[in-house]
Design a protein around this ligand. Structure first.
Ligand code: NAD
Length: 504
């Protein structure tokens, strides 16, 4: 453990703020591993004054960074990706130590960071605007994209490094600077990433405050980000209530925001689908990352003709789930992030029972040290009970039956979140209906693959209470820039649009 920490520059006590130099004079807070309750290190939060200094430097850094040609900015992101390649194993181990996901998933998370850097490097030469024909003679109409400013990146604990990189790699090539407020549950990985970014920026002689860090409580440091007009864009990843609060504050000052909020993923399993694909997709989707993904499968909607078979086969997989130390490659499930998450899951199971649901398996606390291990749970329910509508951020899967594809789609859409969905079917009419305007209302709709495991090439995000934001690939970069429309007159005389005559 010590080897990993020192390889990434983590000391016994670490300052939680960075904007060219390190600061953080709050009281040291111990960071404890959910694997066994061991203390990993301590972190000091930034004070309001230190936040102000960090934002001022990050804002100042924007003035020069925005003028660096985009392909040159891409070189820094290429270096960031190479640094991540060099540190892949160590950073993945730290993610596992601090947050508890299995090492193979952590390695995947760091790979995702590398992938987004590669995508952003290419993007640095493709920040295209459009040209349009002007209605006026000898005029030209075009639109171009300019850097936006400081991007406040507020992240959740469950993807402690990938979400920062999705935002940062894109923001950097777009010419923005980044002020990161990570989850207080995962400050060490944030410090490690910031050190890596600092190295890449310094290598090319750029101001390291371009990637600044402010660790502190959401209710104080988070609100300073939400309300400060120097933060041009707030990219917030977290729960729905948190996003509602952030969205309101940012909107009040007419700032921009990207909201990436909770999900309630469902898989529809048709009798015309491949049962093995359905089982694997649902099993990994519901138990992977111990049910702590925004795209986790929380509901499986199974055609009644195969409900019994599917349920028994899935229960078999659940019975055999290897749970334990996430560093051990044999284990598929590690701990939940903390003991509070375990209590939340147990409370939700109590509510399921009270609302008439039937617990088929799981929900037992395991005796490992640290107290964060629990068996994954399946509950049989009839439709979207009130508790099913909530995102319990833990491995609780609700199973329900359906008769017609229309009924299945209605059940899938019948919750307030709209992030990820999937159908397992070999019937083209069913899959096309699911993907059509009459189908899934989610930002992600998959066919014959589960709800989780998105690729960085597509735009990532969801509808309804998931917040509507999009990050990562496709044209999501446009949210990180400001659009400008230009009319250029080379006619030598003044001509107004819409034929308005100003002759005097
Ligand atoms: P959370 O809402 O508790 O915290 C998220 C972040 O918000 C943290 O950094 C927290 O400190 C910060 N925060 C708290 N109060 C704030 C305030 N007033 N102003 C600004 N920031 C504030 O979420 P969590 O438990 O860390 O993560 C789990 C949630 O995140 C789940 O709902 C999950 O679905 C969601 N999530 C969504 C996506 C997505 O892309 N849609 C991805 C990952 C996680």
């Amino acid at each position: 453990m010590q080897e990993v920490l020192s390889a990434l520059g983590i000391s016994d006590v670490n300052a939680g703020g960075f904007s060219g130099s390190w600061s953080g004079s709050g009281r040291p807070q111990a960071v404890v591993s959910p694997i066994n309750g061991d203390r990993l290190a301590s972190v000091t939060n930034v004070t309001a004054q230190e936040f102000e200094a960090a934002l001022a430097k990050c804002h100042q850094a924007f003035a020069t960074w925005k003028l660096v040609p985009a392909p040159r900015r891409g070189e820094v992101v290429k270096e960031l990706g190479d640094e991540l390649r060099r540190n892949k194993e160590a950073l993945a181990e730290l993610v596992t130590l601090e947050m508890g996901k299995t090492l193979r998933e952590s390695l995947g998370e760091v790979q995702e960071m590398i992938d987004i850097c590669d995508l952003a490097v290419g993007l640095s030469r493709q920040l295209y605007g459009l040209t349009m024909p002007s209605e006026r003679r000898m005029h030209r109409l075009q639109e171009q994209w300019h850097p936006l400013g400081v991007v406040g990146v507020i992240t959740a604990f469950n993807f402690p490094v990938a979400v920062w990189s999705w935002n940062t790699a894109i923001a950097l090539v777009c010419g923005d600077t980044v002020l990161w407020k990570p989850s207080s549950k995962t400050p060490l990985t944030a410090i490690a990433c910031t050190r890596i970014a600092e190295k890449a920026l310094r290598k090319f002689g750029h101001d390291p405050a371009i990637c600044s860090l402010v660790i502190g409580r959401g209710s104080d440091i988070g609100d300073l980000i939400n309300t400060d007009p120097r933060v041009a864009l707030v990219s917030y990843t977290g729960s729905v209530p948190g996003g509602r609060h952030v969205g309101r504050l940012v909107q009040e000052r007419f700032g921009k925001h990207i909201l990436e909020l909770g999900g309630n993923g469902a898989v529809i399993v048709s009798e015309k689908g491949d049962l093995e694909i359905a089982l694997q997709s649902v099993y990994f989707g519901a138990t992977g990352t111990s049910g702590q993904r925004c795209t986790s499968t929380r509901r499986v909607i199974v055609q009644e003709s195969i409900l019994g078979t599917f349920r028994e086969r899935l229960l078999d997989l659940y019975r055999k789930t290897p749970i334990g130390d996430p560093r051990d490659g044999e284990n598929l499930m590690g701990p939940l992030v903390d003991t509070a998450a375990v209590e939340t899951m147990l409370a939700a199971i109590g509510t399921v029972k009270a609302q008439g649901g039937r617990i088929l398996i799981g929900g037992e606390k395991l005796p490992q040290p640290g107290g964060c291990y629990i068996t994954p749970c399946i509950a049989e329910v009839s439709g979207n009970l009130p508790i099913v509508q909530e995102e319990t951020f833990a491995p609780v899967l609700y199973i329900m039956g359906y008769r017609t594809i229309e009924e299945a789609i209605e059940l899938q859409n019948g919750v307030s979140q709209g992030l990820s969905s999937a159908i397992i079917t070999n019937d083209q009419r069913e899959s096309e209906l699911f993907l059509s305007a009459a189908g899934s209302d989610c930002g992600i709709a998959n066919v014959n693959t589960g709800t989780s495991g998105a690729e960085i090439g597509g735009a990532f995000g969801g509808e309804k209470e998931t917040g509507g934001g999009r990050e990562s690939g496709s044209d999501a970069w446009k949210a990180y820039m400001r659009r400008q429309t230009n009319a250029i007159n080379f006619s030598g005389k003044v001509e107004l649009a819409q034929g308005i005559n100003l002759e005097m």
